[in-house]
Design a protein around this ligand. Structure first.
Ligand SMILES: Nc1ncnc2c1ncn2[C@@H]1O[C@H](COP(=O)(O)OP(=O)(O)O)[C@@H](O)[C@H]1O
Ligand SMILES: N[C@@H](CCC(=O)OP(=O)(O)O)C(=O)O
Length: 362
């Protein structure tokens, strides 16, 4: 059993186009149903990042294969995204679950102001027990500002929502030492250090499939997530139930020790705080000495007007800033929570006020 999986409370699952569509370009509803069954069975909160809009739009538009030009890809995505959501909506409804569509651009997960909006919507959907279904906003993205692949988008979404695990589901049952169709290629069960992958062939497949990034973007996504402290499992879509059940299938990328320094540097130096949280001495010790997340129980007062995702200063009893962090609540929400333990607060308020990964000591 993998404790990285069985102990995860929030999981981002990314599924590729090739796992959802038929070879001739159409949505394969039986594969959607099988995936949804596995996702609905997990007790963790799930954010689904789903590709497949372009692929699902091909058959209805009479397009024989994935178009090369951006405008036709966008037209296909526009048709396919609705079909994809309909399929997910119907499949999750059979398990009594509600879904919400979240279309993101690169800016939404990298720029501060947008990042905050995306975070807030995703968080609220999860609080309301809905399943957010994320895709790139293909119809408005231009070549320059496009991710083009959902693997890295999924890794950034995992960091955005502080997921405990990222699961990448593809048409291959894990990472191999080379092209998986060659008999000489061997499966890799664990990746502890990315340096160990130096001799591995992760080039894009030559076949004209519906997927985009191949293994290159998956390994890159695994690097982004694991260096943000989030372990990653890569496996094939039919194994989703086994992966989420904690079975040792596919490839596990272990979390890396390195901290996301660039982001914290930005937080400490390039932001101005929108408010102040006054900490009691115990909370100062926990945050500064113990590198713990800040909980509502340790806050005595709040100043300023800020929204969830904004930078705030954490100050000690003398009003001296000891740390800066990104707050998880709006200013108006906090007064009712102060000094109360996580257990008392009940569902929807179990989150840290500032997560340890979003804190930098001053
Ligand atoms: N070293 C490797 N290990 C595993 N798969 C690889 C490797 N190198 C290339 N691939 C290819 O990457 C493909 C998955 O990428 P892609 O088609 O983009 O999937 P998806 O649509 O799920 O995002 C696999 O089908 C496999 O052929
Ligand atoms: N946003 C595109 C997906 C692009 C993409 O990353 O595809 P894939 O390599 O199959 O995960 C779509 O929905 O078609």
């Amino acid at each position: 059993m993998r404790e990285q999986v069985t102990e995860a409370r929030r999981i981002v699952v990314k599924v590729g186009s090739s796992s959802l569509t038929t070879a001739d370009g159409g949505l394969d509803e039986s594969r959607v149903d099988a995936l949804v069954e596995a996702l609905a069975a997990t007790p963790a909160e799930v954010v689904l990042v789903s590709s497949g809009a372009i692929a699902a739009g091909l058959a209805p538009l009479g397009l024989p294969r994935r178009p090369r030009d951006l405008a036709t890809q966008q037209a296909a995505a526009s048709v396919g995204q609705g079909l994809l959501m309909r399929a997910y909506n119907d499949a999750f409804a059979r398990h009594g679950r509600v879904v919400g569509q979240v279309l993101l651009t690169v800016d939404d997960v990298t720029r501060r102001v947008h990042y905050r909006n995306a975070y807030r919507t995703l968080r609220r959907l999860l609080d309301l027990k809905a399943i957010p279904i994320v895709n790139e906003n293909d119809t408005v993205a231009t070549q320059e500002i496009r991710f083009g692949d959902n693997d890295r988008l999924a890794a950034l979404v995992a960091a955005l929502v502080h997921a405990d695990l990222l699961v990448l589901l593809s048409d291959v049952d894990g990472l191999y030492t080379g092209d998986p169709s060659l008999p000489t290629s061997e499966p890799i069960h664990d990746v502890r250090r990315f340096e160990d992958l130096e001799g591995i062939d992760i080039r894009r497949p030559g076949k004209a499939g519906v997927g985009t990034g191949g293994m290159v973007t998956k390994v890159e996504a695994a690097r982004i997530a694991t260096t943000s402290g989030i372990p990653v499992v890569l496996s094939n879509a039919p194994s989703a139930g086994a992966v989420l059940g904690g079975l040792e299938v596919g490839t596990l990328f272990h979390r890396q020790r390195k901290r996301p320094q660039a982001r914290l540097f930005w937080l400490a130096h390039a932001t101005s705080p929108r408010g102040r949280l006054h900490l009691d001495p115990g909370a100062v010790r926990a945050v500064v000495g113990g590198h713990a997340s800040l909980l509502a129980a340790g806050i005595t007062a709040v100043d300023g007007r800020f929204a969830a995702g904004d930078p705030v200063d954490l100050v000690d009893v003398g009003g001296v800033p000891v740390a800066r962090g990104l707050v998880n609540y709006d200013a108006e929400e906090l007064p009712a929570l102060l000094g109360r333990s996580t257990n008392e607060l009940g569902p929807g308020y179990g989150r840290e006020v500032v997560h340890r990964d979003d804190l930098v000591l001053l």
